[in-house]
Write a protein that binds this ligand. Structure first.
Ligand SMILES: [Zn+2]
Length: 276
């Protein structure tokens, strides 16, 4: 049994090697490759303390997924427009952190189709591919549009979400492989369906701000899962002294134990130590 030094939990780092998803936890002693523990006992012990992932200060409660309350009010990355990019207000001069907005939002984004718990539409910075897809537990994904800003990606996503889901049903995603979907065929259908609307967006914002991607290839992603649970029991560090058991799989940002599942990203900032 190895016991790690305590550290603040952060989302798992992900990497795609061929079609295979690899997961690493960054601890105070370096990276722990989580794929190596599939089929083995693994425990995460809670120290019942949350530290803000921005300023490091102790916080009784986690806001915006791992921040203290003051940081959640001050940081652009905690603003409502991050969840709803069509509400981006950079152009009004009211971005909470214009420099952050410039480097994170006023840059090219992709609109993509993915199969996570079924067909969905999503958006991401171009640099976040394939990270974003792995974080969502998608088994396949396809960029369909490139747009100039986060705001425009939100405008297009909102348009497409009148016909397609823009959320993943995480319980369904964790219960097994979704039915196969031909994403290229779906893309062609949506281009046909929304052709006029996309033309309108192009006319309004400029043809240099939106490119239709007609010949991208589908990325397929295999997750290290031995057994999918029949029933998804959600575990958290708030409620338990430790979370763990036999690690039977990893998908999205979830560790799947024989005792239940835990969303590691949702536990950002929790002080923990590991035993394995
Ligand atoms: Zn803070």
């Amino acid at each position: 049994m190895t016991k790690s030094i305590e550290f603040n939990l952060d989302k798992m780092e992900v990497e795609l090697v061929g079609p295979k998803a690899f997961y690493k936890l960054l601890t105070s002693e370096g990276h722990v490759v989580m794929n190596d523990f599939i089929g083995q006992d693994f425990r995460i012990y809670s120290h019942k303390e949350i530290n803000c992932c921005n300023c490091g200060k102790k916080t009784a409660k986690s806001y915006s997924g791992g921040y203290c309350y003051p940081c959640s009010l001050k940081l652009a990355e905690c603003d409502m427009c991050i969840l709803k990019p069509e509400l981006c207000h950079f152009d009004k001069g009211t971005c909470r952190q214009p420099d952050w907005g410039l480097t994170n939002c006023m840059i090219p984004h992709y609109v993509y189709l993915a199969n996570s718990s079924g067909l969905k539409v999503g958006i991401t910075r171009t640099s976040q591919i394939p990270t974003r897809w792995i974080d969502q537990g998608a088994v396949a994904a396809l960029p369909i549009l490139q747009v100039g800003t986060r705001y425009l990606s939100g405008v297009v996503e909102k348009l497409l979400s009148s016909e397609i889901n823009d959320k993943t049903d995480w319980r369904k995603m964790l219960k097994g492989e979704p039915e196969e979907i031909d994403l290229q065929e779906k893309r062609d259908e949506f281009f046909e369906l929304f052709g006029e609307d996309l033309d309108d967006i192009e006319n309004k914002y400029g043809s240099d701000k939106i490119s239709i991607l007609e010949s991208e290839l589908v990325t397929h992603i295999d997750y290290p899962v031995q057994v999918y649970p029949d029933k998804v029991t959600s575990l958290s560090l708030e409620k338990n002294e430790f979370v763990g058991g036999k690690l039977v799989g990893i998908k999205g940002q979830y560790l799947i134990f024989d005792t239940g599942v835990i969303n590691i990203r949702g536990q950002t900032g929790h002080k923990v130590h590991l035993e394995y």
